[in-house]
Design a protein around this ligand. Structure first.
Ligand SMILES: NC(=O)c1ccc[n+]([C@@H]2O[C@H](COP(=O)([O-])OP(=O)(O)OC[C@H]3O[C@@H](n4cnc5c(N)ncnc54)[C@H](OP(=O)(O)O)[C@@H]3O)[C@@H](O)[C@H]2O)c1
Length: 253
């Protein structure tokens, strides 16, 4: 492939795992970041901020394929619209996007924003592929680690996750990026469904600590949606292999 692949979010948890896979596949990689980076090892960097609409034009210039992984706590819909506009003008031939399982069902701002970003991709007029993934192990680790700092860990009843290994998400995204535009593909989730208590218990076991846990009830429509499993993909998902326990064994001492 002679034209570079534009990778947004190439400096993030997921993107850092994607870069070497694209390089190993012989691709030239151009990473968009809000900060400047020295080029090296076949990777070129473009500085820009998608939320501010800065740098998108130069980022997409000459790229036939865009893998869009950039994301933040807010504004991913606006950032995606800015990227899509630039990609359409540049005649990009394949736009690949990572979203989250439950984007269309969870009544929470983050999920709604992901859905709006998905729609910007699907309505772009460009050939596209979107993969919805479950929460990455790294994100779940952040949450249980923060909870374990409390003297008593609150455990919202009915809150479940299917944590997935980001290496597996990265590999799937590279496969999709090098393949033909496929629209919405099957979700990618981890191999097991865990309640919050189980996730925390495994974490505490892995680091040899003890904490009391206290069941709490998550109120309102968000609580109802979680209890109904709207953030899960229990049927028809592609299922990863690496479990939460495998991840902890490697990451937590
Ligand atoms: N984490 C999860 O459990 C999970 C689950 C499903 C889907 N996802 C989606 O997967 C994607 C990657 O997640 P991650 O955990 O790897 O994220 P992350 O570690 O927080 O990294 C975020 C990336 O986005 C870039 N970015 C943020 N705001 C930007 C902006 N305004 N303009 C340009 N680049 C910007 C950052 O680049 P610089 O800092 O270098 O600018 C960084 O590379 C996100 O879209 C997220 O919604 C995540």
């Amino acid at each position: 492939m002679t034209s570079p692949i534009l990778l947004t979010g190439g400096t993030g948890t997921l993107g850092r795992l994607v870069v070497p896979l694209l390089r190993d596949a012989g691709c030239q990689v151009r990473v968009l970041s809000r900060r400047g980076h020295e080029p090296g090892d076949g990777i070129e960097y473009v500085t820009g901020d998608l939320l501010k609409g800065e740098g998108a034009e130069s980022a997409v210039d000459g790229a036939e394929t865009v893998l869009h992984l950039a994301g933040g706590p807010r504004g991913d819909d606006e950032a995606t619209r800015n990227l899509v506009r630039a990609a359409s003008r540049a005649g990009v031939r394949h736009l690949v996007y990572i979203s989250v399982i439950g984007a269309d069902r969870m009544p929470l701002g983050y999920f709604r924003t992901q859905l709006a970003a998905e729609r910007a991709v699907a309505d772009s007029g460009l050939p596209w592929t979107t993969l919805r993934a479950a929460q990455f192990h790294d994100l779940v680790l952040k949450v249980v680690r923060a909870m374990a700092k409390l003297p008593v860990i609150p455990v919202p009843g009915g809150l479940r996750f299917q944590p997935v290994d980001p290496h597996e998400v990265a590999a799937r995204l590279v496969e999709l990026t090098l393949g033909r535009p496929a629209g919405r593909v099957s979700d990618l989730a981890g191999p097991k469904v865990y309640g919050m208590a189980e996730l925390s218990r495994e974490y505490l076991r892995a680091c040899g600590r003890r904490r009391l846990m206290m069941p709490v009830r998550m109120p309102g429509k968000v609580g109802r949606a979680y209890r109904a499993g709207e953030n899960l993909s229990l049927e028809g998902a592609t299922v990863g292999r690496r479990t939460w326990e495998d991840f902890l064994a490697e990451r937590v001492r």
